[in-house]
Design a protein around this ligand. Structure first.
Ligand code: 6R9
Length: 645
């Protein structure tokens, strides 16, 4: 291997549950003796009725994916009750509040079982039935996880919407899955600021969504309006019920949750995950990627509003009976040493965070890190976007004292869990490279014509066979599921990412090859932001592209043309920025609004995004072929007025 390889640390190798030889043997079996391998792995989960078949899937025509289809189980039982029986006093959750002086909560598996069972009964009392969709719009508090698991307990399907989304975005997601119930909080607290969650829910529902029950958890004590007949307080609802709430037997292929995610076209898609395969996949990947041990304190910094908060906060770690820390706040509040203060205070042994956080903290220099004891750290993980080797090295050397293995885990909302990574005690690391496929994962690189490319190469990343954690459909629109993921390259799942492969079979993700951008690890469709912009009554047309951003990975650059007679002023730019925040939420706040009289188009009227991307990147020397431009003058004027000037 080349010299930029970082050897697996000796201590990690010795402590590891899985050597490289073990990995190889398991990986080979997972492909060559797949049925037996997966039926064996399925035993990580307690089944009410054990499955007798593993995979039954096809990526052709209809695209039909099933795993463990004759099995029955309950996800909440697996994450909670079974541990409440065997290890009732083990800590399940350690809750670290936004304010460092506020009280930490420590919750055992036994306590959590009782709380979630009450929550389940409170949902039943509100009228929630098996199969109903329940929207969860919560801050990062233990009750957010309770809400998800309480749904799973009674067979309801949760749809978590990130608290940073606007009332409009929330309404769209409630309507799309026809959800008649919402669980929220009075407000959320992040970085010393309050987020008016209940007021946002009220605003979303004013638009007419037919929601019959809203359960509100009191978190900050903020004043909120309660609508008679529709709204109830969580603390009152759980006080009125007992903690005897049976876990409903679910079929392996019954839906567990919907999670909305952005694609290159149209509105966000409700990615649907089912119960059996997802549970096996998250339990397995958690155990291996983090080399999990009983006495670990696992800290994943993701919010439950994203897939990482589903698979590596709510489900994977709890399925394995882990002790995990959840954090309400942000990495830089009250100051830039917060992650390290938490690590020291709670003796965190595995930290899992995003490159954007690492880059932001790296900018503060080593001091905030060094002033805290991090000797408890055993494994560092990253997820969400490509990590640049400089940030990788800072993470390993400064945070991890050059001692701790780093796992760069590549996966997606649609994959349910980790797909590419090195194993911390088994594999050498290569900064910027995610690494090797997880068991059962068969990655492939194809060129733009769909031809497979072998050996060391760069191409479009596809997966050629199904794995248990794979999404099954887009809620209510299977045609869109097929179209989005299986129509680009016949018979293959197309990830939307580009990748390189080295001589050892390691993969490096080069980024999206479609019109999706990744801002601070949050996936966003440029089309979504464009739709929001053109809703404004002074906007004629909009084209949105990403550009490299030092901290966020990518920033949002919007080219906007206005209606005739509208003045292109700085005020209008500011107004449009606000407008996008209102339509989608603060996560989508544009970095630059570039008002322009015209967009570069081909003679057939197509916007030339490639050129817009180059201009946004500041790479105006190599615009490539501009011969098809209808009006070359437009490009010169865009370059001249580029933001920031
Ligand atoms: C888990 C998650 C998925 C997209 C994915 C890719 C990017 C995620 C990455 C990574 C490089 C990694 N991505 N992990 N890129 N290295 N380790 O983030 O899911 O929100 O659906 O985003 O994120 O582009 O396609 P999701």
């Amino acid at each position: 291997m080349s010299d930029d390889v970082v050897a697996v640390p000796e201590a990690a190798r010795r402590a590891s549950n899985c050597s490289d030889a073990d990995y190889q043997a398991l990986y080979d079996r997972s492909l060559n003796d797949s049925e037996a391998f997966w039926l064996e792995q399925a035993r990580r989960i307690e089944w009410i009725k054990a499955p007798t078949v593993a995979g039954n899937w096809s990526f052709d025509d209809r695209v039909d994916i099933k795993w463990f289809e004759d099995g029955q189980l309950n996800a909440c039982w697996n994450c909670v009750d079974r541990h409440a029986i065997t290890t009732p006093d083990r800590l399940a959750l350690i809750f670290e509040p936004d304010e460092p002086d506020a009280e930490t909560r420590q919750i055992t598996y036994a306590q959590m079982r009782a709380d979630i069972a009450r929550f389940g009964n409170a949902l039943l009392a509100m009228g929630v039935e098996r199969g109903d969709r329940v929207t969860i719009y919560m801050p990062m508090v233990p009750e957010a996880i309770y809400a998800m698991l309480a749904c799973a307990r009674i067979g309801a399907v949760h749809s978590v919407v990130f608290g940073g989304f606007s009332p409009e975005a929330l309404r769209g997601r409630i309507e799309d899955c026809d959800s008649r119930f919402v669980i929220t909080a009075d407000a959320g607290r992040r970085g010393g600021r309050d987020i008016p969650l209940k007021a946002n829910v009220d605003a979303a529902l004013d638009g007419g969504a037919p929601v019959s029950g809203v359960m509100t958890v009191r978190v900050t004590g903020a004043d909120v309006a309660m609508t008679e007949g529709r709204d109830r307080w969580y603390h009152e609802a759980v006080a009125a019920v007992d903690d005897d709430c049976p876990c409903v037997p679910m079929n392996a292929e019954d839906p567990l949750f919907i999670l909305y995610t952005s694609g290159s076209t149209g509105k966000p898609k409700g990615v649907l995950h089912t119960t059996g395969g997802y549970m096996v996949w998250t339990a397995l990947t958690f155990a291996y990627a983090f080399d999990h041990k009983e006495d670990d304190i696992f800290f994943c910094t993701a919010d439950v509003g994203w897939i990482t908060g589903h698979s590596y906060v709510a489900y994977g770690p709890l399925a394995c009976g882990a002790t995990q820390l959840i954090f309400e706040g942000v990495p830089n509040y009250p100051d830039e040493s917060r992650f390290w203060a938490i690590t020291e205070k709670h003796k965190v042994s595995i930290l899992y965070t995003a490159p954007t956080a690492i880059r932001a903290l790296m900018r503060e220099g080593p001091e905030p890190v060094k002033k805290h004891d991090r000797s408890s750290l055993r494994i560092l993980g990253t997820v969400g976007e490509p990590i640049n080797p400089e940030a990788w090295r800072w993470y390993r050397n400064t945070v991890g004292n050059s001692r701790v293995p780093v796992v760069d885990t590549w996966w997606q909302t649609e994959t349910g869990g980790i797909m590419l990574t090195t194993l911390p005690g088994a594999h050498d690391m290569k900064p910027g490279w995610a690494g090797l496929p997880m068991f059962g994962v068969r990655p492939l690189l194809v060129d733009n014509d769909g031809q497979r490319i072998e050996g060391t190469a760069e191409g479009n990343l596809c997966i050629s066979r199904s794995w248990p954690g794979q999404a099954r459909t887009v809620y209510g629109d299977h045609a869109r599921f097929r179209q989005t993921y299986f129509s680009t390259y016949e018979g293959l799942y197309f990830t939307g990412d580009g990748a390189r492969r080295d001589e050892n079979g390691y993969y490096r993700i080069t980024g999206r090859v479609d019109d999706v951008i990744n801002v601070s690890g949050h996936r966003m469709g440029t089309a979504e932001i464009e739709s929001a912009l053109v809703l404004h009554d002074q906007v004629a047309e909009a084209a949105v592209v990403g550009f490299p951003h030092e901290v966020k990975g990518q920033g949002i650059y919007c080219y906007v043309t206005t209606n005739a007679g509208v003045d292109m002023t700085a005020d209008l730019e500011a107004e449009l920025r606000q407008h996008v925040r209102k339509e989608i939420g603060p996560v989508a706040t544009p970095d630059h609004i570039h008002l322009t009289p015209a967009l570069p188009k081909t003679r057939s009227g197509k916007i030339m995004r490639r050129i817009l991307r180059k201009i946004a990147e500041g790479d105006t020397k190599s615009l490539g072929d501009t011969s098809t431009l209808a009006d070359p003058g437009v490009v010169a004027s865009l370059i001249e007025n580029r933001r920031p000037a």
